[in-house]
Design a binder for this molecule. Sequence first.
Ligand code: GCO
Ligand code: MG
Length: 402
Amino acid sequence: MKITAARLIVCSPDRNFVTLLVETDEGLTGLGDATLNGRELAVAAYLEEHVLPCLIGRDPSRIEDIWQYLYRGAYWRRGPVTMTAIAAVDMALWDIKGKALNTPVYNLLGGASRQGCLVYTHANGADIAEAVDSVQKHIAEGYLAVRAQAGVPGVASSYGVPKGGKAYEPAERGLPSESLWSTERYLNFAPKLFEQVRLAAGEDIHLLHDVHHRLTPIEAARLGKSLEPYRLFWMEDPTPAELQDGFALIRQHTTTPIATGEVFNSLWDCKELIEKQLIDYIRMTVVHGGGITHARKVADFAAIYQVRTGYHGATDLSPVAMAAALHVGLAIHNFGIQEHMAHTALTDEVFPHAYSFQAGYMHPGDRPGLGVEIDEALASRYPYQRAYLPVARKLDGTLTDW
Ligand code: GCO
Ligand code: MG
């Protein structure tokens, strides 16, 4: 089999997605997600100008060789743009291989290790009462694990709070908006939020929380300690993780489990975190971390240290990436949990897919390959629109991590 064409579909059905379509001389096609929220066209140009011309004529079954060709062959290694571009190609090749062998991708990765992938969804509210309502609504929908975020009193436009009655969506069209942050107010507020959320959710529901890289290690240690009575499944991204050693300080002080890595893009970003057992869940997902091929290697490395996966699954990852994450999650032994922030109905219509949710778990489905298609005619009605993630400032105006 030979690759005969590779092209991008850039569309915005409620939010931007960059999708790679690889075609072969045997008529089989493969899809890959290449979406990097707020920097979409950088990946599109990287693929169009520098990667796709090199794919034509290659044998799509040689997934590992093509991965190494794109990684080592670029000379310039790693980084979100490069690794997202490689991921898109890698996903499309696994999709083609599954279709060629008439089997779902999880079967190629060793077969199912479980009946389904435990997922968590997002509960958001402007205040504690709204967040508690939202948690209860998701429990009623069948979720067994819920992430809770609420507006911090005295901090306008806190992270995770929906605007204008719509579902929470981090990217906004136009130029970046500015939001505010106060560590002091947040640290006082978070235990009050989880006291109420745990009371309403009962003992058995898994509760999660995203700190979104906003604390120093010692502040994160205080947060983890103050949340211990509410038995969180994890606190996520407690501190920016460029300083991997910083997590040692958090670990010294708290037994609240830690997840990190949605902004990572290779094993080298989390090697120390994993081998020093400074985290419990690794969040680097298939689309930003070099595809199924690299995600599998990171998961196997993490397994040695009893670190489990908790892949990023926000709406800025397309249904193609969600399917890929579910195939990996179903197959590996050290799967932990999968984030599921449901796409809009329009996004789901543009990307018809085989994966499904039932009673707290998701399954990738049994269609050959990844089990996702793209409706190109529908996609073409929603062209790309520039959109950005917000930036954040402290109350005195200092720029901080959003
Ligand atoms: C999460 C995330 C997202 C990110 C978004 C950035 O845990 O789901 O933190 O909501 O903010 O993916 O593009
Ligand atoms: Mg997060």
